[in-house]
Ligand binder design. Structure first.
Ligand SMILES: Nc1nc2c(c(=O)[nH]1)N[C@H]1C(S)=C(S)[C@@H](COP(=O)(O)OP(=O)(O)OC[C@H]3O[C@@H](n4cnc5c(N)ncnc54)[C@H](O)[C@@H]3O)O[C@H]1N2
Ligand code: MOO
Length: 658
C-alpha cells in the first residue's frame, strides 16, 4: 500500500505533466506505428503434419509424389486389354483366359496381361503391365476352359475405363499450397497424399502479455477488497491465439517501476511483440513511458489516439520490435487490441488481413457523442419489421467486460459529430463474422423468471436475444415493431392496473407471471426489521444516513419506487443500476442500505425483504410478429407445465391462461 503522502505527490506530478503526446487520429497512429515495424511474416519452421493444423504455409509446397502413385483400378473387376473386348455382346461374349494372380491393394503385379488374357483386380489394385482397361465384376461371368478359368465379357471396355491414372489427382512437382494458406484438415489430407510428412510453416509470433495494476488478481482467486480479476490478460492471450500468435503469459505486475522494467525487458527478450494493459492514462502511465524510453530507440511512437474507447493507447517500438500499452479498461483494451495489434500479429504470422464485413442498420435510439474523438458504439442487431436491421447500442462504457463480447458489431460516430439521431442509417462492422439473426428478440424488462422460459426454448434449439432496456424502453421498441416481445411490468397509477392500460393499436398482451416487489435490506438492520414495505420506504427515505440504491429511469421498478416516494429524493437516489441483482448486490455489500427488487433476487443475496407490490410481468407482442415461429415457440414454452413449475420453484406465480 503506498503511503498517502507519496500517493498525493504522485497525483500532483501526474496533474502537472503533459499526459499524452499529441493526440493523433487512428489513421495517423496506425501509419506511424506500422512504419516503424517490419511486418513481413516470420521465418518458416518445419512441423509434422500432426502439428500443422491452424498454422500458415511459409513457402510454396510442391507435391513430393504423384497421387495416385501408380495406375490403379477404380472398381472391383478384371484388368484386360481393351482391344480384346471389341465386338463383345450379350449372346456373343468375349472369352479371356484368367491369369494366375489376384491384384489386391498393395500387391505388385507379376504377370503381364497379354492379348486374350485378364487378371482379377480389386478397387485400388495396381494395374498390371499390358492392361489398359478394367471391366466391372458385375459385367462378367466365369467359365471353366480346357486351360483353366475363363472370363466371359458381354460388353466392350473402352481404353482407360475404370482406371485412375498415376498423378491424375496430384502430379509430382505440381504446386500444392501457396504461402499464406491457413492449414486446415483439408490441406493436411493433400499434404499427406502428396508424400509430405512435415510442412514448412510460418513461425508463430510470440506475444508476451502483461497486466499492470496493484488491484489485479488471477481469475478464479478470491477477490480482496478493491480487487479486480485480471480479465484482460486471459482475453488477450486467447485473442493472440485466435489470430495465429502464441501467447506468452507474463502475469500481473504491480505498479512498481523496477519490477515492471525487469518484466518488460524479459518480455522483449522472449517474444516478438509485447502487449501490456493498464496504467496508460494516469500516474502509472508515466512509469511505462519512462521505462520504454530507457529500452532503446525509437521508443514511444504514439500516446493518445482520438478515439473512444481507447484514447490512452500507447504504441512503441524497440528497434523493430513492437511494444503496446493498451488502456486498462477491458472494452478499451480489447477494442484497441483488435484495431491496432491484430493486424501486426496477423502480418507476422503470415495470415492475410482479417476479413471485414459491414451491414447497414437503423439506429434504434438517439445517441449523443463527445466531439473530438471518433466514438465506436457497440451494438446488438435485431431484425426490424420491414426486414431491415435495427442497431441497439449496448449502452455499456469502456469499463465493461461484456460490451465487446456481447456486441454483434460496432459503428463509428465521426469526431466532429455531436451524436446520431434515432432512425439514422449506420454502417455496422461485424465482430466475429456474419450474424445469424436470432429466432426471437425480447426487449424490455429483465426478470430471472424469463431465464426459465428461455432455457426451455434453448433446449429446443431456439436462439433468443434479450436486451434489458427497462419496461418503457421495451414498450417503445414493441410499438416501433423492433422486437418480438417486450417484457414489462408497468403500473398505471390512475387505475392501479399493470400493463393493460399501456396497450395500443397493433399490440397484444401475453400474460406472464406475478412477482413480489419489495424493499431489500440487510437482515438485522433495525431501521427496517418489523416494518411493512410502505412504512419502510417512508422511514428510510426520511433518514439521511440511510442510503438508497435506486433503479434506472424507464424501469418498472423505478416507476413503482418513484410512485411510493411521491417526489422525495432520498440519499443515494442518483445511484441507478440496471438490474435487480445490482440492487441486491449493493445492499448486500453495504454500499447502500436499501433498494427495491423482486423477492427471489433479494433472497438469493440473503437479504431481508418487505413486500411492496404483487406486480404482473407480462409481454407486449406486436400483432405483426405474432405468427413468427420463434414467437409461437415462446408462447408454447410459456404454457408448458414444465416451465410453469420452474417459474413456481423460482418464486413466481404464472398467471392462469398464460
Ligand atoms: N484523469 C484522467 N483519467 C482517465 C483518463 C484521462 O485521460 N484522464 N482516461 C480515461 C480513459 S479514456 C481510459 S480508457 C482509462 C484507461 O486507464 P488506464 O489505461 O490508465 O488503466 P488503469 O487506470 O490501470 O485501469 C482502468 C480500469 O481498468 C481496470 N483494469 C486494468 N487492468 C485490467 C485487467 N488486466 N483486467 C481487468 N481490468 C483491468 C482497472 O482496474 C480500472 O478499473 O482511464 C480513464 N481515466
Ligand atoms: O478512451 Mo477510454 O478508452 O474512453 O474508455
Amino acid at each position: 500500500m503506498p503511503d498517502p503522502a507519496a500517493l498525493l505527490d504522485r497525483v500532483r506530478r501526474a496533474a502537472r505533466q503533459e499526459q499524452f503526446l499529441a493526440i493523433l487520429s487512428a489513421e495517423e497512429a496506425v501509419q506511424r506505428f506500422y512504419a516503424a515495424l517490419d511486418l513481413s511474416p516470420l521465418p518458416g519452421e518445419a512441423v509434422p503434419l500432426a502439428a500443422a493444423l491452424g498454422r500458415v504455409v511459409a513457402e510454396t509446397v510442391l507435391a513430393a509424389s504423384d497421387a495416385p502413385p501408380f495406375d490403379r483400378a477404380s472398381v472391383d473387376g478384371f484388368a484386360l486389354r481393351a482391344a480384346d473386348t471389341a465386338g463383345a455382346a450379350e449372346g456373343a461374349p468375349v472369352r479371356l483366359r484368367l491369369n494366375a494372380e489376384v491384384l489386391a491393394c498393395g500387391v505388385a503385379p507379376a504377370i503381364e496381361v497379354t492379348p486374350g488374357t485378364a487378371t482379377a483386380i480389386a478397387t485400388g489394385g495396381m494395374l498390371p503391365r499390358g492392361a489398359d482397361a478394367v471391366a466391372m465384376i458385375e459385367h462378367t461371368e466365369l467359365d471353366e476352359g480346357p486351360e483353366g478359368p475363363v472370363l466371359l465379357l458381354a460388353r466392350p471396355a473402352a481404353p482407360g475405363s475404370c482406371i485412375g491414372f498415376a498423378g491424375s489427382d496430384i502430379a509430382r512437382g505440381e504446386t500444392l499450397l501457396r504461402p499464406g494458406t491457413l492449414i486446415t484438415s483439408r490441406e493436411i489430407g493433400m499434404l499427406a497424399a502428396a508424400g509430405h510428412g512435415t510442412v514448412q510453416v510460418v513461425r508463430k509470433p510470440r506475444v508476451a502479455v502483461l497486466s499492470t495494476g496493484d488491484e489485479l488478481v488471477p481469475p478464479g482467486t478470491p477477490l480482496p477488497p478493491g480487487g479486480i480479476p485480471d480479465s484482460n490478460a486471459a482475453m488477450l492471450a486467447a485473442a493472440v491465439a485466435e489470430h495465429g500468435g502464441e501467447p506468452v503469459p507474463m502475469g500481473i505486475l504491480p505498479d512498481d517501476e523496477a519490477a515492471l522494467e525487469a518484466a518488460v525487458r524479459a518480455a522483449l527478450a522472449g517474444a516478438d511483440l509485447v502487449v501490456m494493459s493498464g496504467g496508460t492514462s494516469k500516474g502509472a502511465g508515466d512509469v511505462s513511458h519512462r521505462i520504454i524510453s530507457r529500452l532503446g530507440p525509437p521508443g514511444v511512437l504514439v500516446h493518445g489516439v482520438a478515439l473512444k474507447p481507447g484514447k490512452p493507447l500507447c504504441l512503441a517500438a524497440v528497434g523493430k520490435q513492437p511494444l503496446v500499452v493498451l488502456p486498462g479498461f477491458p472494452t478499451s483494451a480489447v477494442f484497441t487490441f483488435q484495431e491496432f495489434v491484430v493486424p501486426v500479429i496477423r502480418a507476422l504470422a503470415g495470415l492475410p488481413p482479417r476479413e471485414e464485413q459491414a451491414v447497414e442498420a437503423q439506429l434504434a435510439v438517439r445517441l449523443p457523442s463527445e466531439v473530438g474523438r471518433v466514438e465506436y458504439v457497440m451494438v446488438s442487431l435485431a431484425e426490424g419489421e420491414a426486414g431491415g436491421r435495427i442497431a441497439f447500442p449496448l449502452g455499456k462504457g469502456s469499463g465493461s467486460v461484456t460490451a465487446f463480447a456481447q456486441a454483434d458489431g460496432f459503428f463509428a460516430i465521426p469526431a466532429l459529430d455531436q451524436g446520431v439521431a434515432a432512425g439514422m442509417p449506420v454502417s455496422v462492422r461485424l465482430i466475429g463474422g456474419a450474424v445469424r439473426p436470432p429466432d426471437l428478440v425480447l426487449i424490455g424488462s429483465h426478470c430471472t423468471g424469463l431465464d426459465a422460459v428461455l432455457e426451455a426454448l434453448a433446449a429446443e434449439g431456439w436462439r433468443a436475444r434479450t436486451l434489458a432496456v427497462g419496461s418503457l424502453g421495451g414498450l417503445a421498441a414493441a410499438k416501433r415493431g423492433e422486437c418480438d416481445l417486450a417484457p414489462a411490468h408497468l403500473l398505471d397509477p390512475a387505475s392501479g392496473a399493470y400493463n393493460t392500460p399501456f396497450l395500443s393499436q397493433g399490440l397484444r398482451l401475453v400474460p406472464g407471471w406475478q412477482r413480489l416487489q419489495g424493499v431489500a435490506f440487510r437482515p438485522g438492520d433495525a431501521r427496517f426489521e418489523g416494518l411493512d414495505g410502505p412504512a419502510a420506504v417512508a422511514r428510510a427515505s426520511a433518514d439521511l444516513s440511510c442510503l438508497l440504491v435506486n433503479r434506472n429511469a424507464g424501469s418498472g421498478t423505478r416507476i413503482l419506487l418513484d410512485g411510493l416516494l411521491g417526489g422525495a429524493r432520498p440519499a443515494g437516489y442518483a445511484n441507478q443500476p440496471k438490474s435487480h441483482n445490482a440492487v441486491a448486490a449493493a445492499v448486500a455489500q453495504g454500499r447502500a442500505d436499501w433498494g427495491v427488487c423482486i423477492e427471489t433476487v433479494a433472497r438469493a443475496y440473503g437479504l431481508g425483504f418487505l413486500p411492496l407490490a404483487d406486480e404482473v410481468y407480462d409481454f407486449f407482442l406486436p400483432e405483426a410478429r405474432a405468427g413468427r415461429p420463434g414467437v409461437q415457440a415462446f408462447l408454447r414454452a410459456l404454457a408448458t407445465e414444465d416451465v410453469r413449475a420452474r417459474l413456481r420453484a423460482l418464486g413466481f406465480a404464472p398467471v392462469a391462461g398464460a
